[in-house]
Design a protein around this ligand. Structure first.
Ligand SMILES: NC(=O)CC[C@H](N)C(=O)O
Length: 497
């Protein structure tokens, strides 16, 4: 706790998950905090805010106990104005000291409640809670998740030697955006994010006098609701830092046809009594195979939550390490679902690297995750993780799941453009928002089961995806490349979600 980067955790000497109203008020009083900001992620993916002046203790108690009234119809497009009054209610464990506010301010993420005092059925973070509760009820297991967040920094600052060489893991002095990234790591951790590392990614090119430089941040697996909260805060921090460094930061899924896109891969693991249930004695368990199979069965419909903009479908094509086919593999980046390297080889690698005597290995198999590589930055993380959990659950209700997992398996390279050479053939993900809407329509019952996704949300998702009217775009852009139309598309979606 002593060394914890989150200032509230450090000051209160307790984990964020046990923050109480009194803790937050005490912190605010003793640290002379002048503002309290209620925050939430809106449908446009941005972190919204209401700033409250701190006048006295009683008012803060009231606010932290009972929340504030807001106009739901301008927050959620499916809510009619005649039933639109909502309560915005703070979730204490998300409180953090705002690192940008000139006036000392504590920010806190909020949930939505209706006039009846019940959680708003259709609010994304509540949909995720319902999915998690159902998963626990059916399987008796806990889920943890984490994301990899890719972004491009666009700047006109140029440094000698900058343009040469590969982008992946590129470091100072050949990457001038490393400072922005390490500052982001520090601030995300201070704001409660369980962030692990950051690095430069492969995308790197110059165009029209600007340098496009790709980076990635990777989190630790945590409770899925926390994982989504942290992602939303992280995107906000990166965008705030872009202002400070006078560059642009974008999570757009595709920025140039022949360059890598921005993914937002999600990893998950399941636990029972604190033990990772994905692997046993170095082998994937039947639990893993069932979940992989469930995810792949519903993968075409998952794009409705994972890939929500027309540019998303320009990323899902061969050649740039983004998936296209519905299959899975071990350590295979060309598959939609990858089981990445775990630490299951029973060796302490560093003793060998250091030429030291072997020591009894520590079991790090708890680090094993399964990665879904389809998601991009256009996803609402709460809705996508809820949908992923629904798909994981689907695998437990299907008697054929393990057999299907075998059929979905590949150890071949699916980035290879000539798929006909492969020994198996797999279905492709939808190629447009319209296609994705059709897939969701076809599978909607799976998401509506157990009242997890309300019908209105599925209807609204389908309607929105169809409104893009993008049926043939990805095929056309693949053929015509970077024409004016593509440039306009990138411009339009640069700051989407
Ligand atoms: N190294 C990687 O896995 C790159 C991922 C890739 N940028 C994507 O769009 O998903």
């Amino acid at each position: 706790m002593q060394m914890h980067p989150n200032q509230l955790v450090q000051y209160l000497q307790k984990p964020a998950s046990s923050f109480t109203r009194e803790d937050i008020i005490r912190y605010m009083e003793e640290r002379e905090i002048e503002m309290l900001n209620f925050r939430y992620m809106a449908e446009d993916g941005k972190l919204k805010t209401i700033n409250f002046m701190v006048n006295d203790r009683a008012e803060m108690e009231m606010l932290l106990r009972s929340g504030e009234r807001v106009d739901g119809s301008t927050i959620f497009s499916h809510l009619p104005p005649n039933q639109s009054d909502l309560y915005l209610v703070p979730r204490y464990r998300t409180a953090f000291l705002n690192p940008f506010s000139k006036i000392p301010a504590v920010d806190i993420l909020c949930s939505f409640y209706g006039a009846d005092g019940e959680p708003l059925e259709s609010s994304p973070e509540y949909i995720l809670r319902k999915a998690l509760a159902q998963f626990r009820k059916t399987t008796g297991m806990q889920v943890k998740m984490m994301a990899e967040l890719e972004y491009y920094v666009i700047s006109d600052k140029y440094q000698e030697g900058e343009s040469e060489g590969e982008g992946y893991h590129r470091a100072e002095p050949f990457n001038i955006n490393e400072q922005l990234r390490v500052e982001a790591l520090k601030l995300i951790a201070r704001c409660g994010g369980r962030i692990r590392f950051g690095h430069a990614e492969a995308g790197r090119f110059s165009k029209s006098g600007q340098i496009y430089d790709q980076h990635e941040l990777e989190f630790s697996p945590v409770d899925p609701e926390d994982a989504s909260d942290q992602l939303v805060v992280a995107k906000w921090i990166l965008r705030m830092l872009a202002h400070k460094y006078q560059v642009k930061v974008t999570f757009i899924p595709k920025i140039s046809i022949n360059q890598p896109g921005n993914g937002m891969h999600f990893h998950f693991l399941t636990e029972q009594n604190g033990r990772n249930t994905l692997v046993e004695k170095g082998e994937l368990t039947p639990i893993s195979l069932k979940m992989i199979s469930g995810i792949l069965d519903l993968a075409p419909a998952l794009t409705a939550f994972a890939n929500t903009s027309p540019v998303s479908y320009l990323r899902l094509m061969p050649g740039q390490k983004a998936p296209q086919h519905v299959c899975w593999g071990q350590h295979n980046r060309s598959a939609l679902v990858r089981v990445p390297l775990g630490w299951n080889n029973g060796r302490t690698l560093a003793t060998h690297a250091n030429q030291q005597p072997d020591e009894k290995p520590v079991d790090y198999s708890s680090r094993q995750t399964i990665e879904y590589r389809g998601t991009d930055g256009s996803a609402n993380p709460y809705l996508f993780s809820a949908a992923l959990i629904v798909a994981m659950l689907h695998g437990f209700t299907d008697n054929e799941a393990i057999k299907k997992a075998d059929a979905y398996f590949t150890d071949e390279n699916w980035f290879d453009a000539d798929a006909s050479r492969h020994s198996k053939q797999f279905a492709k993900l939808p190629a447009s928002c319209v296609g994705s809407a059709d897939a969701l329509e076809q599978h909607r019952l799976a998401f509506e089961a157990d009242q997890i996704f309300p019908k209105a949300i599925i209807d609204r998702t389908i309607q929105k995806l169809r409104s893009f009217n993008d049926k043939d775009w990805s095929t056309n852009f693949k053929t015509y490349g970077e024409n004016q139309e593509f440039k306009e598309l990138v411009e339009k979606y640069l700051n989407y979600m």
